[in-house]
Design a protein around this ligand. Structure first.
Ligand code: FDA
Length: 586
């Protein structure tokens, strides 16, 4: 390591990167370097405070990337938040620990990624986790339940429940209310079936009452002992350097990365070398840009940015999937005087959102629209993914939404007290819109908010609006359903004057498009799929056309998941680490 050469270089000391770094460094014969653009956040109170959600926004540890104007959704640009510092976005997120639907992980395998299914991933969710079970009084008071069989007890990542739920009547009130709306209690939303009302765990160290982020879980405990693991903070990876100069290799032969060009805090540029592999873990909004800056991507886009093509892989940066987040607020009736800092959550299915009598008609309309959606997505990406392939994937996504045996939830509905009102933040879980992000200049920094052109295409397709409006109407019904309705005052936002109770999809949709934000769940920009249908990495997470470059972070998820992302990213990174170790042995 002292000569700047390591076996593995991990770019990005975030949620995923620190898992890979820890696991690879378990072999003392292997040297690992982590390059992290930010600093240590160990003592940053905006990070550690488990009830401090939002405090870090707009500070120096929030990249706050800006999208282009969203032409299908109110015309404004949007802010995409991501954490800058050791631990990455896990240091600024909302701490929610919810996984995915088992059949949506199974889909990864069905679309051509051998070995990526729920059965294989569940042991890695368990491996990463250390669920600290609260005492009986807290469990009872907070209506917290779980299935021990699907949780880990010995993993690095502490999970548990935030303090604040004990002695509240709200949990029970909501349980009865949701039951009356046909949304059953789900005793554990982390067992692969998410639909229902649930009290989910958080990534929190309950003993210390502080946030459990990736650095606290995967790095701080080993920083003294792991002599073969080096972390360079405040160091920006600029691009990969190649052993075989572009064009000099045999036509079609895989390119081998030599290392990573970095810029240190004091502005020095140098190359760190990798004997074995480079692993990109800079997040879904950066890893594809680093590939492009290194010559891996769409030739035309690279040429326009003045970058020489090394591997022609036109889908780098495509397939961007985020969700849109909206809020509805209602007054709190005078008879409710409890303070309860917890957020309650429901994951309703399409049938629960649209009603038993209407869901078939909604489904038929979506089904009929799929070929058009596929064509529109293909045309906005210049047909680098083919409409016929997209249509196949959209049919798979449709099946998840409207499946009779295991329908995926279509919205996450949160409810909490804030600022003297009931606040219901929510997001449609499975939009069809796909966007992209690309470099604009060879030397653009990936760590600035303006280094790339980012376009999520929020609300581009009809279902995305239908789903979001359906969830808004579901929330209005929830506020009108007993017994919760007895502690609810008048609607505050949008308010019935702005959007009347009988508003149609267009009227509610127009309001939502003016008042949404990103849900900060971007995935898919270096998607794991067969190359011929639009993949950027194979099922070993290796970048097509390269011999030794992998991506391990949210970029590789081929589809959005219904849970929050970190639980799944920890599991994916754990499994990826085993794949990398196995390939080194072979
Ligand atoms: P991540 O962003 O963690 O890591 C990337 C790392 O690379 C960062 O440390 C970054 O500094 C570094 N980097 C970037 N460019 C670099 C360069 N050029 N050189 C060197 N380093 C570079 N999820 C969840 O499960 N529960 C929740 O409650 C929430 N809530 C939430 C709220 C908010 C506000 C946000 C923004 C996100 C969430 N999420 C969430 C999402 C979740 O936190 C997120 O998807 C993951 O942490 C992303 O992990 P990655 O490993 O993909 O990237």
């Amino acid at each position: 390591g002292t000569d700047g050469t390591y076996d593995y270089i991990v770019v990005g000391g975030g949620t995923s990167g620190l898992v890979v770094a820890k696991r690879l460094s378990e072999d003392p014969k292997v040297s690992v370097l982590v390059l992290e653009a930010g600093g240590s956040l160990e003592n940053n109170a905006n990070v550690t405070n488990p009830l401090g959600y939002g405090l870090a926004f707009g500070t120096e540890i929030d990249y706050a990337y800006q999208t282009v104007e969203q032409k299908y959704a109110g015309g404004k640009p949007q802010t995409l938040r991501a954490g800058k510092g050791l631990g990455g976005t896990s240091t600024i997120n909302g701490l929610a620990y919810t996984r995915a639907e088992s059949n949506q992980i199974d889909l990864w395998e069905k679309m051509g990624n051998e070995g990526w299914n729920w059965k294989n991933l569940l042991p890695y969710y368990v491996k990463s986790e250390h669920l600290d079970v609260p005492n009986a009084e807290r469990l009872e008071g907070g209506k917290m339940t779980f299935d021990a069989a699907v949780h880990g007890k010995e993993g690095p990542l502490k999970t548990g429940w935030l303090y604040g739920t004990t002695n509240s009547t709200l949990g029970a009130t909501l349980n009865t209310t949701f039951a009356a709306m046909g949304v059953p209690w789900n005793a554990d939303a982390n067992d692969g079936s998410m639909a229902g009302y649930t009290v989910y765990p958080s990534t929190v160290d309950q003993d210390l009452n502080i946030r459990e982020d990736a650095a606290r879980a995967y790095y701080f405990p080993i920083r003294e002992s792991a002599k073969n693991l080096k972390v360079m903070l405040n160091t920006e990876a600029r691009r990969l350097t190649w052993k075989t100069a572009a064009g000099n290799g045999t036509a079609g032969a895989a390119q081998t990365a030599e290392g990573v060009e970095i810029m240190t805090q004091d502005g020095k540029t140098m190359v760190m070398k990798a004997k074995k592999e480079v692993i990109l873990s800079a997040g879904a909004l950066v890893s594809p840009l680093l590939l492009e800056k290194s010559g891996v991507g769409n030739k035309a886009i690279l040429a326009a940015a003045g970058i020489k093509s090394v591997v022609d892989l036109p889908t780098v940066g495509e397939n961007l999937q985020d969700q849109a987040n909206n809020g509805l607020k209602f007054g709190i009736a005078n008879n409710f005087t409890e303070t309860d800092k917890n957020a309650y959550v429901a994951y309703p299915t399409a049938e629960q959102v649209f009603g038993k009598d209407n869901v078939a008609a909604v489904a038929a309309k979506v089904k009929a629209a799929l070929p058009g959606y596929a064509q529109q997505v293909a045309s906005v990406n210049g047909n680098v993914t083919k409409a016929a392939d997209l249509e196949k994937f959209f049919n798979m996504q449709y099946d998840l939404i409207f499946d009779e045996a295991q329908p995926n939830p279509i919205a996450e509905v949160l409810l909490y007290q804030q600022g003297g009102v009931w606040d219901s933040e929510y997001w449609g879980l499975l939009p069809f819109s796909r966007g992209n992000l690309h470099v604009t200049a060879a030397n653009a920094s990936t760590t600035s908010a303006t280094g790339a052109k980012i376009n999520p295409n929020f609300f581009m397709l009809g279902w995305d609006v239908t789903q979001q409006v359906g969830a808004a109407n579901f929330i209005r019904r929830m506020y009108g359903t007993a017994p919760f309705k007895d502690v609810v005052g008048p609607e505050d936002t949008p308010g019935l004057k702005t959007v009347p109770a009988d508003a149609d999809e267009k009227a509610m949709g127009d309001w939502l498009k003016q008042n949404y934000r990103s849900n900060f769940h971007p995935v898919g920009t270096a998607a794991m799929m067969p190359r011929e249908v639009g993949g950027v990495v194979d099922s070993q997470l290796k970048v097509y056309g390269t011999a030794n470059v992998r991506v391990v972070d949210a970029s590789i998820l081929p589809f959005q998941v219904c849970g929050h992302l970190v639980s799944t990213l920890y599991a994916v990174s754990e499994r990826a680490s085993d794949l990398i170790k196995a390939s080194a042995k072979a």
